[in-house]
Design a protein around this ligand. Structure first.
Ligand code: T5A
Length: 220
């Protein structure tokens, strides 16, 4: 599929600041009069949002990494068809809070799903809609989990209980951090690895510098 718009994804561990930075990047891109669509995974279409509520519900019965991955890709297939691809084809820029690298990190590297299964699902569901740029936010896992806890205490009604992933142990979250760093190292042409431990504006500036370099500079 020849895409006209640009596809930017945000990745990282729990509490890395993805939603915050999606919003700040969107403000700067809108100031350049770009037509944007902000979306998220799991979710981003009515069917995918229904699956999201099952996937993240801590009461959903235990299931294998493969079953979990199939749910994410069922949601992703619908999200791509109904939301992402139509927007890109209209020339809109799409910014997505989490995408396939989350499956690679959470279900494969930290969750035990085989890479063969991951690549097969990518081939069937995602190709050729790969992100133009993926921003990977990196910070110590303890800092991220503390941020999630503080957010919960500030707005208890929004997310009163930790979701299925926030509940997992520090080892799991450390594996995630290493997995995202490895993805960034393996694909430097697509990924921007950003130190997310600085304050919000400093992180936003670093992201903006990377995005302007890669997507907004006039060709020489
Ligand atoms: N998942 C998802 C998989 O396992 N496989 C997959 O394929 C996919 C797509 C989704 C879950 O699904 C899993 C991963 C996830 O566990 P979710 O509810 O959508 O869960 O939430 P997450 O994506 O995990 O997002 P987080 O809740 O971790 O938060 P964010 O978006 O990273 O962080 P944000 O911006 O909300 O910030 C957190 C708090 O920190 C503050 C913010 O104000 C907020 O209070 N903050 C900062 N504080 C200090 N300094 C900064 N620089 C800060 N930036 C933000």
């Amino acid at each position: 599929m020849a895409t006209v718009g640009k596809f930017i994804t945000f990745e990282g561990g729990e509490g890395a600041g993805k939603s915050t930075q999606v919003r700040l990047l969107a403000e700067r891109l809108r100031a350049r009069s770009l037509d944007l669509l902000l979306t998220r995974e799991p979710g981003g279409s009515p069917f995918a949002e229904t699956l999201r509520s099952i996937i993240l519900n801590p009461k959903t019965p235990a299931h294998s990494a493969l079953s979990e991955a199939l749910l994410f890709y069922a949601a992703r297939a619908d999200h791509l068809d109904k939301t992402v691809r139509p927007a890109l084809l209209c020339g809109r820029w799409v910014i997505c809070d989490r995408f396939s690298d989350s499956t690679r990190a959470y279900q494969c590297d930290a969750g035990g799903l085989s890479l063969d299964a991951f690549h097969a699902l990518e081939e069937i569901v995602v190709k050729p809609t790969s992100p133009d740029v993926t921003v990977i936010l990196d910070l110590p896992v303890e800092t991220g989990l503390q941020r999630v806890e503080s957010r919960r205490n500030e707005a208890p009604q929004a997310s009163a209980t930790p979701d299925a992933y926030e509940r997992r142990g520090l080892d799991f979250h450390q594996k995630l951090r290493e997995a995202f760093a490895a993805i960034a190292k393996a694909e430097p042409q697509r990924c921007l690895l950003i130190d997310a431990s600085a304050d919000e504006q400093a992180v936003a500036d670093a992201i903006w510098s990377g995005i302007t370099d890669r997507l907004l500079k006039e060709p020489r």
